[in-house]
Design a protein. Structure first.
Length: 107
């Protein structure tokens, strides 16, 4: 699996848990997976790869984080898959970030 390779200056709120779902942030270990959530935001926001592939990658990365990750990964995958239409506001990729995008386009 490729390492997490995203622009350092990309803005992201990390793992998004909207509204009342905020209560699950601690249970779901969101603070442990911020780098993976930022990567997912990058991939989705700039449509680097298909949304389903981005969700699979997020789930695989979380599942690789020990037994807790294996238990949590299906929930992250399910949530990102069900909620993806709510987060489909894509933007143009800044030209200076193309090198980061090219790393993921071979997935």
């Amino acid at each position: 699996m490729i390492p997490v390779t995203i622009p350092r200056d990309m803005r992201s709120d990390g793992c998004t848990f909207p509204g009342p779902l905020q209560i699950f942030k601690g249970i779901m270990g969101a603070s442990r997976y911020i780098q993976y959530c930022r990567e997912h935001d990058f991939l989705r926001r700039y449509e680097i790869i298909n949304w389903f592939k981005a969700n699979l990658l997020l789930g695989r990365r979380i599942a690789g984080d020990g037994w807790e990750g294996k238990l949590r990964a299906p929930f992250y995958f399910l949530f990102t898959t069900v909620s993806y239409p709510l987060y489909s506001n894509t933007k143009r990729l800044p030209p200076e970030w193309k090198k980061y995008a090219n790393i993921y386009r071979s997935l």
